[in-house]
Design a protein around this ligand. Structure first.
Ligand code: NAD
Length: 328
């Protein structure tokens, strides 16, 4: 099948070229938009990533270009207008789980860095500053960790935190029996917010979860709470988070995702003037750590993403039931 890949980087090409046997793949570095959809020429599928915006207009353009399949090489599908895809008859497939551990371990990396200030220690030591002043952190052992969303990634994260000796409490619309047996306690969301020393978000972004962290929910939390978001930027109202950071109520913030990340993340902008004042302000806080959506970025995960994406596409081409179809 002829497939157009959008938002591709060298690592996408490396893994897909290694594993692709049957398809004719054309790689485009640009995002998919109405304008760039004009690059399509006989492609039956588009393969897209987290910051490609598949609005109704883009989906109509795809249809006019003869595209029959949208293949997401990621888990989240909040960037696709599913109603439009359904109405128009374009199938959507995704990679629901490729390496939940990759993202869960990255959440742990953000926590460990923030709580032991290794980001500051690294810079100090490189400048021959071996002082420990103000580098004191806190033990994770015994702390209460609140997990919002205990699907694939959230449950891998719960197990890591239990292993460290934390008390793990969680909120999900559906409890996971295995986690309960291991000692995770499900509570209403408000109680998770009230009791946690560290809160980690692992739920999808949708109409119910948009800005689940805002000034009202921040006010419910303990003073000095740590919030970690490796899920989707829109879960946190960044302006409210900045206000809470300024008062010290929000003690630490670890972000791998940001609500306006499209146009910033996955690009080298080191010679540009950043026009987004919200992320610029966030980057000034010593207790805020931002990574550019790299939670998934391990060799194991990249290989699995390529394998599952190619399998999704082969299923579509051969008229086999689509195991990973996103349905409305
Ligand atoms: P999943 O579908 O396995 O789990 C999501 C969980 O959230 C489910 O248990 C679901 O019941 C729960 N949920 C749904 N609505 C909820 C609500 N209103 N409140 C609380 N919980 C709710 O998904 P996953 O594979 O664990 O991925 C979680 C999220 O992580 C994805 O949606 C994606 O946005 C993000 N993600 C980020 C990266 C990264 O690189 N940072 C990589 C992969 C996925």
């Amino acid at each position: 099948m002829k497939i157009a890949f959008f938002s591709t980087k060298s690592y996408d090409r490396d893994f897909f070229n290694l594993l692709n046997k049957h398809n004719e793949i054309e790689y485009f570095e640009t995002n998919l938009t109405v304008a760039t959809a004009n690059l399509l020429n006989g492609h039956k599928a588009v393969c897209v990533f987290v910051n490609d915006s598949l609005s109704r207009e883009v989906i109509h353009t795809l249809k006019n270009k003869g595209v029959e399949l949208i293949s997401l090489r990621c888990a989240g599908f909040n960037n696709v207008d599913m109603a439009a895809a359904h109405e128009i008859g374009i199938k959507v497939v995704r990679v629901p789980a490729y390496s939940p551990q990759a993202v869960a371990e990255h959440a742990l990396a953000l926590i460990m860095t923030l709580c032991r200030k290794t980001h500051k220690a690294y810079n100090r030591v490189r400048e021959n500053n071996f002082s420990l002043e103000k580098l004191n952190g806190f033990n994770l052992f015994g702390k209460t960790v609140g997990v919002v969303g205990t699907g694939e990634i959230g449950s891998a994260f719960c197990k890591i935190m239990l292993g460290i000796g934390c008390k793990v409490i969680a909120y999900d619309i559906m409890a996971n029996d295995e986690l309960e047996q291991r000692g995770v306690k499900y509570l209403p969301l408000k109680e998770v917010f009230q009791q946690s020393d560290i809160i980690s978000l692992h739920c999808p972004l949708n109409e119910y979860t948009k800005y689940v962290i805002d000034k009202n929910t921040l006010a419910q939390m303990k003073k000095g709470v740590m919030i970690i978001n490796t899920s989707r930027g829109g879960l946190i109202n960044s302006r409210h988070a900045i206000k809470a950071l300024k008062t010290g109520h929000l003690g630490y913030l670890g972000l791998d995702v940001y609500e306006q990340e499209a146009g910033l993340f996955f690009q080298d902008l080191s010679n540009e003037l950043i026009q987004d004042d919200v992320i610029s302000r966030l980057m000034t806080f010593p207790n805020v750590l931002i990574t550019a959506h790299q939670g998934f970025f391990t060799n194991e995960a990249l290989e699995e993403i390529a394998n599952i994406t190619l399998s999704n596409i082969n299923q579509f081409e051969n008229g086999i039931e689509l195991t990973n179809e996103v349905k409305v």
